[in-house]
Design a protein around this ligand. Structure first.
Ligand SMILES: [Zn+2]
Ligand SMILES: [Zn+2]
Length: 248
């Protein structure tokens, strides 16, 4: 039997330079559980080093944590990659790191902290995670699909770091699995402004950098169980699985 699951598929941790220092994997998952979210995705900038810890905390809190990453392409557009387990996102991370120039300056961009499931600091990432990697949009799509993942263009309505802000349109020949509307605009309004969005499955996510923002907007999924395999079917709109956002 299908039932409705609440998801927020774009959440940062303290590994992102712009993420609040309180955003440890444990606290993020516990906050999601408190807010009755069934599924969340941990999507740090160009890195997934806090994903496995969050997945483990999720197992103890009845929250499905989807391993993810928010990648900045060479065009300076943001995309979220989703996977069924940590291994493929860590494999993608290796490729991103090979193509990510520069070192982080914590005094300018913020600390990038790797934290385990017990809330212990394991280390500091010194790569320029806030920067753009050398992969093009087309190459990134190919690399994510090759690893069995899904790719969603992030905050497409935004005037910065979105496929629309960088290209002006969505190339019709690219194989995106969905689009994400930011929390700044009701999804219905976004579609009114950009009718081309209608051709894609639309999600809306908090893009939370602070605990209080987790779950402030959500996407609903009709699934049998809260798993990546079921999410994939909802994005493809098959087997009666589907996704929808509340219209305001
Ligand atoms: Zn972004
Ligand atoms: Zn983000």
């Amino acid at each position: 039997m299908l039932r409705c699951f609440q998801a927020d598929l774009h959440i940062h941790t303290c590994l992102s330079p712009c993420g609040d220092l309180l955003m440890s994997p444990k606290r993020v998952v516990e906050e999601a559980a408190r807010k009755k979210l069934d599924i969340i995705a941990i999507s740090d900038h160009n890195s997934a080093e806090n994903v496995a810890a969050a997945v483990r905390v999720g197992q103890d809190n009845d929250v499905t944590v989807i391993p993810a990453m928010e990648v900045t392409t060479v065009e300076e557009a943001h995309f979220i990659a989703f996977f069924d387990r940590p291994d493929p996102v860590l494999d993608l991370q290796n490729l991103i790191y090979e193509n990510l120039p520069g070192k982080n300056d914590p005094t300018v961009f913020g600390e990038q902290i790797v934290v385990n499931e017990l809330d212990e600091v394991e280390g500091y990432n010194d790569r320029l995670l806030i920067g753009a990697c050398g992969l093009s949009i087309n190459k990134l799509i190919e690399e994510i699909h090759k690893r069995g993942g899904l790719i969603v263009a992030a905050h497409v309505d935004r005037q910065a770091f979105s496929i629309i802000s960088q290209l002006g349109f969505i190339p019709p020949d690219i194989e995106l699995d969905g689009l994400e509307i930011s929390a700044r605009i009701p999804p219905g309004k976004a579609v009114e402004l950009f009718p081309e969005f209608k051709k894609y499955p639309l999600i809306t996510s908090s893009d939370a950098h602070y605990l209080q923002d987790i779950g402030k907007v959500r996407t609903s999924f009709m699934l049998q169980e809260p798993t990546f395999g079921e999410l994939r079917q909802a994005f493809a709109n098959t087997n009666s699985r589907r996704l929808f956002v509340e219209e305001v």
